[in-house]
Design a protein around this ligand. Structure first.
Ligand SMILES: Nc1ncnc2c1ncn2[C@@H]1O[C@H](COP(=O)(O)OP(=O)(O)OP(=O)(O)O)[C@@H](O)[C@H]1O
Length: 244
């Protein structure tokens, strides 16, 4: 479904992403971990068209998407969420989700169609009961669900998630994990960047570890935590300590 080939991005002398390759098959759930500044968000920006790579290629369903603007990549079926969520605070949950269908990828310009397209995303994220609540009144965890629902309204086959769990309460982490399981079960392929290692380990089938822009390791969650270089460069301490 997705093939990232020798992808690099330099900012001046800094190689934020350095010759990273990654293949993701349909229906997979792939986790991406790595220390601050490892290049995770940059990699996501390169895949979704928010940044142009210095070199390398990205193929989605067999066709290169490098150089396409973000809205066209979205239209092809690649959705994303942002680390910092910025819903339209005065607008209702439902109207915010509708913006996903109306603008990101311009799937429709009909309010009626957009309203219908918002139904399933609200259901999957557990927001249906809050549909008329102003987004500004939501908790951070609910705002993260709204961000997921907005991305789902673009109708993605592949969804890239940037730190969905960042800053939310423990209880909300559990709820968001349930939501992600539901989204995945609904047939959406997922690539997830996450600092909470235990979340990645529980949800992902495969994990890629980035360090200084390079792929340090890729394998099953079990293989990753046992890999000496990963423990040294990233985990640095027993997993239990990280999860505390
Ligand atoms: N637009 C930019 N201009 C210059 N340098 C940048 C830019 N974006 C990212 N960088 C640098 O590229 C490197 C990788 O950053 P990136 O945000 O991708 O890391 P990350 O793994 O997502 O980190 P975090 O976990 O803190 O979000 C960092 O050194 C960062 O300072």
């Amino acid at each position: 479904m997705l093939e990232v080939r020798d992808l690099s991005k330099s900012f001046g002398g800094l190689k934020a992403v350095s010759e990273v390759s990654l293949t993701v098959g349909q229906g997979e759930f792939v986790g991406v971990i790595g220390p601050n500044g490892a290049g995770k968000t940059t990699l996501m920006n390169l895949i979704t068209g928010y940044m142009r790579p210095t070199s390398g290629d990205v193929l989605f369903e067999g066709r290169s998407i490098v150089g396409l603007p973000p809205y066209r990549i979205s239209h092809r079926g690649v959705g994303r969420t942002f680390q910092v969520v910025r819903p339209f605070a005065e607008m209702s949950v439902e109207d915010n989700v509708m913006t996903g269908a109306l603008f990101s990828g311009a799937r429709t310009n009909s309010l009626k169609v957009a309203r219908k397209a918002a139904e399933l995303p609200m259901e999957l994220t557990g927001l249906t009961a809050k549909r008329h609540v102003a987004a500004g009144a939501l908790t951070l965890g609910e705002k993260k669900k709204l961000e997921l629902a907005r991305a789902l309204a673009t109708n993605p086959r592949l969804l890239l998630l940037d730190e969905v769990m960042g800053g939310v309460t423990r209880g909300e982490v559990g709820e968001l994990m349930e939501v992600l399981r539901r989204i995945h079960s609904a047939g959406v392929t997922i690539i997830m960047i996450e600092h909470l290692v235990e979340v990645i380990m529980e949800l992902s089938q495969r994990v890629m570890v980035l360090n200084f822009g390079q792929k340090l390791f890729e394998g099953t969650p079990d293989a990753v935590v046992e890999h000496p270089a990963v423990i040294e460069s990233y985990l640095g301490k027993p997993l239990e300590a990280d999860a505390a």
